[in-house]
Design a protein around this ligand. Structure first.
Ligand SMILES: Nc1ncnc2c1ncn2[C@@H]1O[C@H](COP(=O)(O)OP(=O)(O)OP(=O)(O)O)[C@@H](O)[C@H]1O
Ligand SMILES: [Mg+2]
Length: 266
């Protein structure tokens, strides 16, 4: 049996970017959280965000669905001008973006399958909500659980699943949403290093298979180097590194982290 082929991202020249951002700025009172960040992300690309606590990683993700106010010379996500989205347009933009969080955010009492099904609620509409989930959606949710390696756990209450399993359910739930972009904010911070590798591999495979870009914030440089295509290093809200993951050498790490560089290298 041959190993599955993981395709590299399609040529960055032919694919239009899923995110095009120029000069993104966010301020909270006197605090400048993002100070002129540029962000271009292509289909299928896995982009790692690195930086100290407070450097602006989560804030940058939040700008992409307008969960925080910002100014920018340009910010489009999946072809939509983020600053111009309101009401149903904004809900529609948010439904195009899948989130994966550190603490999984599953409904603990519900089964793995039902948690996955909730990812499709935006598409299901009110009628289906009253009548329960349709057969097509259940088939899709089961297929997604199989994709993340949890076909045997569909009916298990999510609170009884291990951390790694819960994060797989959360990823399947996100896919149920048919996202055009996945934002993973420290998705492996609560997992041991081996599991961290499996979850990041899964996210990378999904990015390739579906040509959906993934932005993932990480606190471990070694994980960014191994599992992402490109790394953006933020320091005090500014981009101090934006290059291929292989180029994340010692000098780059100290540019991002300064004197604390040694504690993040693993
Ligand atoms: N809602 C808010 N109100 C005020 N300040 C905020 C708010 N959200 C973020 N900040 C500030 O913006 C800066 C960037 O925060 P952010 O959460 O983006 O950092 P981070 O890089 O994600 O950090 P961590 O690694 O700890 O998650 C910090 O100084 C933070 O205190
Ligand atoms: Mg954060």
């Amino acid at each position: 049996m041959t190993a599955p082929v993981i395709r590299p991202p399609r040529s960055s020249i032919v694919s239009p970017p899923v995110i095009a951002g120029r000069n993104i700025r966010v301020t909270f009172g006197d605090n400048i959280a993002l100070d002129g960040v540029d962000l271009t992300v292509r289909p299928g690309e896995v982009v790692g965000l690195l930086g100290h606590s407070g450097s602006g990683k989560s804030t940058l993700m939040k700008t992409l669905t307008r969960l925080t106010d910002f100014t920018a010379d340009e910010l489009t996500v999946a072809g939509r001008d983020v600053a111009q989205q309101n009401g149903s347009d904004l809900r529609s933009l948010r439904s195009d973006v899948g989130y994966v969080f550190q603490h999984f955010n599953l409904v603990p009492r519900l089964s793995a399958l039902t948690n996955v099904l909730t990812g499709g609620l935006y598409d299901a509409g009110a009628v289906n909500l009253i009548g329960g989930f349709g057969r097509t959606q259940r088939v899709e949710a089961l297929e997604l659980l199989r994709r993340v390696g949890l076909e045997g756990k569909a009916s298990q209450q999510s609170r009884t699943l291990s951390g790694g399993e819960q994060q797989r359910v959360a990823i399947a739930r996100t896919l149920m949403q048919h996202p055009k972009l996945i934002l993973a904010d420290e998705p492996v911070a609560s997992l041991d290093p081996r599991l961290a590798g499996t979850i990041l591999t899964l996210l990378r495979e999904i990015a390739r298979e579906r040509q959906v870009p993934v932005i993932v914030s990480l606190h471990v440089v070694g994980l960014a180097r191994k599992y992402t295509d490109r790394v953006i290093g933020l320091r005090d809200g500014r981009t101090v590194f934006n290059s291929r993951a292989e180029e994340l050498n010692e000098e780059a790490v100290s540019t991002i982290y300064g004197e604390h560089a040694d504690i993040v290298e693993q």
